[in-house]
Design a protein around this ligand. Structure first.
Ligand SMILES: Cc1ncc(COP(=O)(O)O)c(C=O)c1O
Length: 446
């Protein structure tokens, strides 16, 4: 059985004085949430003057600033329902998020590997802290900017999974290394390794480095085998660098439909990375880190000999892309993790037969596909193709229709780019806003 993983108030509140990593898995206390709907309405109407305006509670929309002002000394002073938020609003269901983290931590532990979650997905230091405090060995970032924000919020165990190639980025990465000796760089070429070495020497530091191995997709990484071995040997010999191992992220296998096909492709493609791991070991090179894998293969990757940790990202939130890939026990739906991330949107127009228009279009949802799904409803399809407007169409068996001013929740298409559209994430327990988390690395794309 998974342990419950509920937050304390301080853990879930934005903080300027970050906590230190504890390492070991922990279970944390739950906030009480005993407010009745009547209490909630009473306090809301008294404090906002909504009644005086003649508006129903559901049409009022608290702004992020208003919600933030309801927190005093880390304690929420109002019982605010998610249905009262101004929209579009990005929400995370805490019960589902915590269950997802528990599933990942317990499965990787049981399989003898670790998790090193990718912060490119959430861009939120509070979530990174939660991952570390429940047993993750570190986090990954795709960009120097993300890594810097995470460090500024007290996260030290950071591994970049992207090679920095320009002088500007290498300089910024080394500046981070100077103040955070745990920051790990990735490289995939001899020429880049030499640049890293020069920069590290200029900063008078020794920078930890992993070799990025191409799993076969040719997106990034060096060819496995002798080429990778030669690069590792070079890194090992260059001043200013310290070899820590290798990474091999097989993005092309994560969304393969059906568990068996996904397992076969992953294990087949990662065989060359394991052979490279063997070469490193035979040459006496560090294999302390052999990182790879993602949400689609988290329960397959431990079969890759030598692999130390999975760089999972989407498991936290899930999305319609991942839900469609099928799991070990159900080939049609990937149900290992629940869809915790939703976009709350308001209906703007209900005047036309068979459809309504909402305020969540491409700028709130992206145009990734499969399109968002209306949470908890059947027989309707959503498209977010217009910049500011979403279109909801009812099919013959639609479970309901919506009136102007009503709100609905969308399960997102692809979580990473959606998160990057928002400044805040509302943390919801039941239907109540428990916290508001800054997406501090939002837009940190360099
Ligand atoms: C290098 C790298 N590692 C890990 C991940 C996380 O993958 P997932 O969201 O499938 O868990 C990604 C996602 O694109 C990635 O690019």
């Amino acid at each position: 059985m998974n342990k419950p993983l509920s937050p304390t108030t301080s853990r879930y509140m934005p903080t300027d004085s970050p906590q230190s990593a504890s390492g070991a898995p922990v279970a944390v206390k739950s906030l009480s949430n005993n407010h009745t709907r009547r209490q909630f309405l009473k306090s809301t109407l008294q404090t906002t003057g909504v009644a005086a305006l003649g508006l129903s509670a559901k049409t009022y929309g608290y702004t992020a600033k208003e919600v933030q002002d309801f927190f005093v000394d880390g304690q929420m002073q109002r019982n605010v329902s998610q249905w009262e938020l101004d929209t579009p609003a990005l929400c995370v269901d805490l019960d589902i998020l915590e269950a997802n983290i528990n599933t990942m931590q317990s499965t990787t532990r049981r399989n003898g590997i670790a998790s090193r979650p990718h912060a490119k997905t959430h861009k939120c230091p509070i979530i990174a802290r939660l991952q570390l405090d429940t047993g993750s060995v570190g986090i990954c970032t795709a960009k120097v900017g993300e890594a810097k924000v995470m460090f500024e919020h007290g996260i030290e165990e950071i591994m970049m999974t992207t090679t920095n190639v320009t002088p500007t980025k290498i300089k910024r990465a080394m500046e981070l290394s100077r103040i955070n000796t745990s920051f790990i760089h990735a490289t995939d070429s001899m020429s880049n390794a030499r640049l890293l070495s020069e920069a590290a020497q200029a900063f008078n530091i020794t920078a930890p480095v992993v070799v990025d191995i191409d799993p076969g997709g040719h997106r990034t990484g060096i060819t496995p085998g002798e080429s990778a071995l030669m690069l590792a040997q070079l890194i090992d010999s260059l001043p200013g660098l310290s070899l820590r191992g290798l990474l091999c992220y097989d993005g092309g296998s994560q969304h393969v439909q059906g568990f068996a096909a996904r397992r076969d492709q992953t294990l087949g493609r990662l065989a060359a990375a394991t052979a490279t791991y063997d070469l490193f070991q035979a040459s006496g090179l560090s294999t302390e880190i052999f990182s790879g894998g993602g949400t689609g293969t988290y329960n397959i990757d431990h079969n890759i000999r030598g692999l130390t940790d999975v760089q999972v990202g989407s498991y936290l939130f899930m999305d319609t892309q991942y839900l469609a890939i099928g799991g070990e026990n159900d080939n049609s739906v990937y149900s290992d993790f629940g869809a915790s991330l939703t976009i709350l949107t308001t209906v703007l127009n209900d005047q036309y037969e068979g459809r309504c228009t909402t305020d969540a279009g491409a700028k709130a949802c992206t145009i990734n596909q499969p399109w968002p799904q209306v949470k908890g409803e059947q027989g309707m399809s959503y498209t977010s193709g217009s910049d500011e407007f979403g279109t909801l169409r009812y099919e013959a068996n639609a479970s309901r229709t919506y009136r102007t001013g009503e709100k609905l929740e969308l399960i997102v298409s692809h979580c990473d780019p959606v998160v990057n559209l928002y400044n805040h994430l509302y943390a919801i327990r039941g239907e109540t806003v428990e916290a508001i988390w800054p997406i501090a690395a939002r837009g940190m794309s360099t």
